[in-house]
Structure formats: structure tokens, C-alpha cells
Write a protein that binds this ligand. Structure first.
Ligand code: PMP
Length: 430
């Protein structure tokens, strides 16, 4: 038995399923999860000292590459003066100021420790601000695991649960609560218009992944975004952009900077903490001022704005703000996707690719899907085989066909070339 298997068996005795977040368990693709011992740049090594090219980068955060020396240094320096104070620091102000500069729709921002906390708090705030209960989300979008949002949710829930319309995607979520969540198909303008015409004045918030990454990578149409912005404004509902994944990843200013949309609230996470537990929600001052201690919407956190996480976040934002960062990230990602597509074409395998900045999607299908339903119709069996053929050759893809992939600035030509060469072999064997 290999060391990964030994560790997985041991882990399952004291940790449910052997993992601390479900999708890590390889349940969709089968096989043994790799236990990581160390990482550097675009690579990590497992418990058997096998090297992998990483194409999930901790599910998004590690955009500067693993163990970036400047970020490591910033974290060490912060750690030497204690890990947490539970009192405010100047670093938090700097981070807040930088976020507000980068994203002009964010006038004020509150820091939390996970994306789940960010979306959960943004929803409460939207409900408190509007005095309404109803929220609208879209099929296949995942916004963390707060109760109201676990309806037709993407990511691990697609892999593990039976998502039936009007039912929670998870056990333990009261039906009484999810009755306040309306789920509409992504990219369906008519459905959105119909719901607003009937119930618009009851809608507290519309929450969406402005480029979806939890049902593979799915882009919104401009018409869909425009309808959402104008309907929410017209009916006084709060438009929440969940940019936990896309923020600082598809572009410095997130999806909203590419789409020319100013949401009312934005949720951030992943890249903004450079791999430390750090997330945030922010937006219009008028809405944010309803939060405690100014307003009556309660939200708090012992470790919120943690100084070590703030140091990692500030240094990460500095690195990604440097000239040419996103041009290079985008170019390398596009090169990778074009190479994969060409390799699949040469092997006569139906395959489509897409990417935005350092976020990527590939689909065993003739065309890039535009809805959750279309993603479920791609060839998942081919994906599973491809996943393992790549893993054997030392390329670590997301272990589910319902997840986007991620590159970093460390994915240079040599790394991209190695992935494409592995894919050529894999396609031949499919
Ligand atoms: N929103 C989106 C769009 C996400 O992709 C995720 C996590 N993948 C979350 C929220 C939840 O973030 P976290 O896992 O940090 O709670």
C-alpha cells in the first residue's frame, strides 16, 4: 500500500470521509486523494514524494504560485508580532483601502474568514437593508454552505447530492428556510423577468457568480447581466456579486471590471488572502452602514481581519497589481487551453475549452456550455478517465467535472508544455 493510501485509511478513522472539505475526497473520479507535503510555484509534492503540476492552486487563492518568497516573508514578519489581537490594526485599513481602490463599487468593506461567511453575511445585510426575505440564486452556482444558499447549489453538492428543484441540496437545511430562496436557470433572461414581474417587490437580493466556476466554467451573457442590474435597481433589490472565486482572478478588478457592472454588494475571498483564511464583503456605504456597530444587522468574528492573513493578502494584492501580471497570466492560460484543444482535435475527441484571466474550463463536449443543464450533458465518464490519466503523469486537475481550474503566474511555458504533452498521451488512451 502506498503512503497516500495509508494516510487516507488513517484519516478516515478520525475525520469524516478522511477530508476536511468534501470535494477533496475524489468521490466523483474515484481513487485515493493525494496527501500534500509541500508546494513551490506551480508544483506540489505528495506523501510519496511524487511531483504534480497544480491546476487548482488551492481552488483559486495561490495566484502568485505556491510559497511565493515575498508573501512567505510578509507572513513570517506578521507572525513574529503575534497571530491575533482581536483589536483593530493599521494593516486592515490598508487592505480595505486597497480593495476599495481596485473595485470602485466597493465603498466600504468588512473582513471575515471564509467565503461562506462573506456570502452569508451579505445576504443577511441585504435582507436587513430591504426588510424583505426572498432571495434569487441561479442553478449550479455555489455560494458557500449557509442554509439559504444550499438550494440547487454547485461544486461539491453537484458531485454528492441529489439536487431536486425546490428542495435543499443538503440534509439539515429546513424547508421553511429554503422557501425564501428562488432558483432560476443561469443565463435565462425571460425567467428573471417573469419572477420580477410577479414578485419583484419581495426580492431582497439576487446573488450570482458573475462568471460561474462551480459548475465548471460558465460565462454569463451580457443581456443576462444587464437585465439583472436593471431589474434589481427598478425593484429596489440588492445585487450581490459573489466574486469569492473571480475577484482578483479573472482580472485585477474582478468580473465586474470586465462586465462594466457595478453591483450593490460584492463578496470576496480566496486570492484576497493569498491562501490564508481571509474573505470579505463590501459595497455601497448606504447598505454597509446597516451593519453593527452602526446599524442593527449583526455580524462579527473573533479572527476577522486576522493580522497574519492581512499581511498575506496585502502582499498578494501588491504582487498582482504589478505591470503585466494579468496579461501574462491570461496569455499563459490561453496558451494552455489552445494546446489542450489542439491535442484533443488531433485525437478526434469532442472537447471544448474556455478561460478568463487565470480561471479555466474544459468540457468533453462539442461546445462550451452556457447553463448548468448543458454541463450535466457533457461526457463525465471521459472526464473521469482523463483525470486519472493526467494524474498518473503528474498533472493535478480538479477532481470533478463540475469545477473550474486555476493557473498561477508561475505556470510558465515549460509547465504549460508539460501539461499539453501529458494531455496528448491521455487523449490517445481515451
Ligand atoms: N462563493 C464562491 C463563488 C465559491 O467558489 C466559494 C468556494 N469555492 C465560496 C463562495 C465559499 O467560500 P469558502 O469555501 O471560503 O467558504
Amino acid at each position: 500500500m502506498g503512503q497516500n493510501e495509508i494516510l487516507f485509511e488513517r484519516a478516515q478513522k478520525t475525520i469524516p470521509g478522511g477530508v476536511n472539505s468534501p470535494v477533496r475526497a475524489f468521490r466523483q473520479v474515484g481513487g485515493t486523494p493525494r496527501f500534500v507535503t509541500r508546494a513551490q510555484g506551480p508544483y506540489f509534492w505528495d506523501a510519496e514524494d511524487k511531483r504534480y503540476i497544480d491546476l487548482i492552486m488551492s481552488w483559486g487563492p495561490m495566484i502568485a504560485g505556491h510559497a511565493h518568497p515575498e508573501i512567505v516573508e510578509a507572513v513570517k514578519k506578521a507572525a513574529e508580532t503575534s497571530f491575533s489581537y482581536g483589536a483593530p490594526t493599521e494593516g486592515e485599513i490598508e487592505l480595505a483601502e486597497r480593495i476599495c481602490q481596485i473595485m470602485p463599487s466597493v465603498e466600504q468593506v468588512r473582513m471575515v474568514s471564509s467565503g461562506t461567511e462573506a456570502t452569508m453575511s451579505a445576504l443577511r445585510l441585504a435582507r436587513g437593508y430591504t426588510g424583505r426575505d426572498l432571495i434569487i440564486k441561479f442553478e449550479g452556482c455555489y455560494h458557500g454552505h449557509a442554509d439559504s444558499l444550499l438550494v440547487k447549489a454547485g461544486s461539491g453538492l453537484l458531485t454528492f447530492a441529489d439536487s431536486t428543484q425546490n428542495a435543499p441540496s443538503s440534509g439539515g437545511v429546513p424547508h421553511d428556510l429554503v422557501k425564501h430562496t428562488l432558483v432560476l436557470p443561469y443565463n435565462d433572461v425571460a425567467a428573471l423577468e417573469e419572477v420580477f414581474a410577479k414578485q419583484g417587490n419581495q426580492v431582497a437580493a439576487v446573488i450570482l457568480e458573475p462568471i460561474a466556476g462551480n459548475m465548471n466554467l460558465i460565462k454569463p451573457s451580457q443581456a443576462f447581466l444587464a437585465a439583472m442590474r436593471s431589474l434589481t435597481s427598478q425593484y429596489g433589490s440588492v445585487l450581490i456579486y459573489d466574486e469569492v472565486m473571480t475577484g482578483f482572478r479573472v482580472a485585477l478588478g474582478g468580473a465586474q471590471s470586465l462586465q462594466g457592472i457595478a453591483p450593490d454588494l460584492t463578496c470576496l475571498g480566496k486570492v484576497m488572502g493569498g491562501g490564508m483564511p481571509m474573505a470579505a464583503f463590501g459595497g455601497k456605504k448606504e447598505i454597509m452602514s446597516k451593519l453593527a456597530p452602526l446599524g442593527n444587522v449583526y455580524q462579527a468574528g473573533t479572527l476577522s481581519g486576522n493580522p497574519v492573513a492581512v499581511a498575506a493578502g496585502l502582499k498578494t494584492l501588491e504582487i498582482i497589481s504589478r505591470a503585466g501580471f494579468y496579461e501574462s497570466l491570461t496569455r499563459q492560460t490561453e496558451k494552455l487551453m489552445a494546446g489542450l484543444k489542439q491535442a484533443a482535435d488531433e485525437a478526434g475527441i469532442p472537447f471544448a475549452v474556455d478561460s478568463v484571466g487565470g480561471m479555466l474550463g474544459f468540457y468533453f463536449a462539442d461546445q462550451v456550455p452556457t447553463s448548468f443543464e448543458a454541463v450535466t450533458k457533457t461526457n463525465i465518464e471521459a472526464f473521469k478517465k482523463f483525470f486519472h490519466l493526467m494524474l498518473d503523469q503528474g498533472v493535478y486537475l480538479a477532481p470533478s467535472a463540475y469545477e473550474a481550474g486555476f493557473t498561477s503566474i508561475a505556470h510558465d511555458d515549460a509547465v504549460v508544455g508539460e501539461i499539453i504533452a501529458a494531455a496528448k498521451n491521455a487523449f490517445k488512451k481515451l
